[in-house]
Design a protein around this ligand. Sequence first.
Ligand code: HEC
Length: 366
Amino acid sequence: MPTLPGRYIWVLAGCVAAGLVARPLALAHIPITTTVEFNREVIRILERRCLSCHGNTGAAMSLATYDEARPWAEAIKEEVLARRMPPWRPVRGYGHFLNDNSLSDHELAYLVSWAEGGAPEGATAAARASAVHDDHRLAGDAVLNAEAVEVPAYSSPFERMLLIDPETTEDRWFDRIQWDPGDPSVVESAFVFVEPSGQWVGTWLPWSEHAVRPIGTGYFLPAGSTMRVEVRYRGGEDDRVDAGALVLDFAEEPPIPMRQLEIAGALGPAGGAGLWRGELMLAESVRIFALRPEISEGAESLEIRALLPDGASRVLLWMLADRADSQAGYVLAEPLILPAGTRLILAVHHVGAPPAGVPRVLVSAY
Ligand code: HEC
C-alpha cells in the first residue's frame, strides 16, 4: 500500500494551523441539531421571500445557492428575527395587505432553526428556477418607453423622475397599468402617477410586479396628461443601463373611476415635539383600496386610523418607518368600506430636525 509522503501531511497540517482550510473544518465541527435543510425547506422560503432581491441578478448579495447562503446563516437569523429582512415596515396584526412580503411565523421559525442547527445543506436540490428576470417584455395597448438611466456599479440609492408622454389627444380610461423595468437588478421601486392630477396609479416592487386593482375600476387619463414615474435605483456589481417601459391597457366603457384622497400632516400644537397630525373627513362613503405614505427620512412611526361616525376606531396602517424604503404603497387585502362622516387620522412621529417635506398619505379609493 503506497504511503502518503510525509511532506503532504506537513503541508496539510500547516494549512490547518494557518486556518487556510478553516471553513470546511469548522463546518465539520458544528453539530447538526436541526431537521431543516437548505435544499428542502430553506430554498423554498428564500425563493418566495428573498430571491427577488437576493437572486443571482438581484439588488443585494446572492443567497440563491447553498454555498452563497451558508456564510450568511448567522446574519440571516439576525435579520429575520429583527424583522429587518425582507424589508416590510407595517407592524404585524394591524391590517392585512395584498402585497405583504413579510415572513410568516412558520417561515421565520424554519430559517432560525436552520441557522441555529448548523445550517445543513441536505440532499442536492433538483435544478430550481432562479429569480432571474427573463427578457420577455410585457405587451399592452400602449407600450411607452422611458428614457434610459445609467446606474453606475455600487452607486448608493438614488431617485430619478421620468416623464412619459402617453400621446393622448382625447380623454381616455385605462384599466391596467404596469411598469416594466428594463433591468430589475438595479431597480428598488417604481411609482407611477398621472400628471397634472398627481394621482398615484401603479407601483413596481421586486416582489410584486403587477398592479392590482378591483375588477371594474379604471383610471381617468385626461387629454394632454403626462405620466410621471419615480424610480429608485441602487447600483449592482457592474455598470448597468435601465430602460423601463410603461404598459397601458385602455378601457372601452368608462369603468368605476378610481379616485385619490389625500391626508396631509401639519406640525401638532406641541410645535417641534415631532408629532405631525392630519385629518380628512369623508363627505361620502368610499371603498379604500390602497394607502401610500409619503414621509421623509427621519420619520419614526406612522399611523393611519379611521374614526367611524358611531365612535368605533380602527387602525388602517401602523408602521415603523426607520428607513427610506417604507414608501411601498400598501394594498388592502380587502377593500374597506367606510361610511360618510368617517375621519381618517394621520399621525407621524419624527425625531431630530423637522422633515424637509410635509408628510402626507395618498389614499386610493373608489
Ligand atoms: C426588497 C429587496 C429585499 C428583499 C425581499 C430581501 N432583502 Fe435582504 N437585503 C436587501 C438589501 C438591499 C440589502 C443590503 C443592505 C441593506 O440595505 O440593508 C440586504 C441585506 C441583507 C442581509 C445582510 C445584512 C447585513 O448583515 O448587512 C441579509 C442577511 C439579508 N439581506 C437577508 C435576507 C433574507 C433572509 C431575506 C428573505 C427572508 C431578504 N434578505 C429579503 C434587500 C432585500
